[in-house]
Design a binder for this molecule. Structure first.
Ligand code: PMV
Length: 329
């Protein structure tokens, strides 16, 4: 077979109602429904080449991220699933894949690089193999690599239902043009505990886990209603409850999980002061110390200005962005 290649783009998915916890049986099947926004301002660009496997090297896939060769183990389940799909569709599944991926933002520091990374990878790999990338199939495949990646396949606002193998779009990127996320990077260090390990530890050892899972559907519903109404205060309030309860559950794990840095807490406290002055700005956080602020177009510059001195990288302001796409085939 001849070598075929495809280049794709995808943007991270920031959860407003969080996914934290996996059901047993199946790969990355969520215990909680998450609702998220796809962030336009951060981009992963990925090129996948499908080619005959090198002699004696099986499976022989190779992944580079920001110029560094990645550990093959992390990608094995993804490529196994890709080969299974190829088998069912009689595509050349005995081929090997060479991947070159670039992020225009810090990798693995809690900025959801795995979401855009696997969404871009699944899009390019399926398009290189079959000539097209059907979003339902891409979302299902991307999830094998990283759960949140199944949401990044879609633009705008997305929902990934508890127990589901893929995400759906709730509203596209034109739904709320004034909505803004300000990403405040407080460190460039990679996180110490991966979300996979953190989720498993929380489920297996935290006495608060069942309460978290029990409460999550209500919060996801509240976030969705706020989105429907484009009600920023209602959205921010529900999103705060979601991330804080997620972290409360993690703190109950053994050993406890604490992703925050002193600067993260400083920002959380300062945001409370801003809100008391009537500034609409509510934070959310993920498996890392970075803080993301939910606000609107008018107030985003004030949020950037307030925190610029605390940051290790410049703040990034983003509106809702498009889903993963094929750039060239
Ligand atoms: O699917 P992962 O491994 O990227 O985990 C995502 C976990 C959180 O970012 C904390 C929450 C979420 O819903 O994105």
């Amino acid at each position: 077979m001849e070598t075929r290649s495809c280049r794709s783009r995808a943007h991270p998915s920031l959860a407003l109602a969080k996914y934290w916890g996996k059901r047993t049986g199946g790969i990355n099947i969520p215990a909680t429904t998450s609702v998220a926004v796809t962030l336009e301002a951060l981009t992963t660009t990925t090129t996948v080449q499908v080619h005959p496997c090198p002699e004696g090297a099986r499976p022989g896939d190779r992944v580079m991220l920001d110029g560094e060769v990645q550990e093959a183990r992390r990608f094995r389940p993804f490529f196994e699933e890709l080969r299974a799909i190829a088998g069912v569709r009689s595509l050349p599944g005995d081929s090997c894949f060479t991947v070159d991926s670039m992020n225009d933002f810090p990798t693995a520091a809690g900025l959801a690089s795995s979401a855009s990374g696997f969404a871009a990878l699944a899009t390019a790999a399926l398009a290189a193999l079959s000539g097209t990338a059907n979003p339902e199939e891409v979302s299902r495949l991307a999830r094998i690599g990283s759960g949140s990646a199944c949401r990044s396949v879609y633009g705008g606002f997305t929902r990934w239902e508890a127990g589901s193998e893929r995400a759906v779009q709730v509203r596209d990127e034109t739904w709320w043009p004034d909505f803004r996320v300000v990403v405040l990077p407080v460190t460039v260090e990679a996180k110490a505990v991966t979300s996979r390990e953190g989720m498993n530890r929380t489920r297996d050892t935290s006495p608060f886990y069942d309460a978290w899972v029990g409460d999550a559907p209500r919060l996801a519903g509240e976030v969705e209603r706020a989105l429907e109404e484009r009600d920023l205060e209602r959205l921010g309030t529900a999103a705060r409850l979601s991330y804080l309860r997620m972290f409360a559950t993690m703190l109950g794990a053994e050993p406890p999980l604490l992703y925050w840095l002193p600067r993260s807490v400083e920002i959380i406290r300062e945001l409370a002061r801003l809100r008391s002055r009537g500034i609409p700005a509510w934070e959310t956080m993920d498996a890392g110390p970075q803080v993301k602020v939910l606000t609107d177009r008018i107030h985003a510059p004030l949020v950037v200005e307030t925190f610029s001195e605390l940051l290790s990288l410049p703040a990034i302001v983003s509106g809702p962005g498009p889903g993963a796409s094929v750039e060239s085939l």
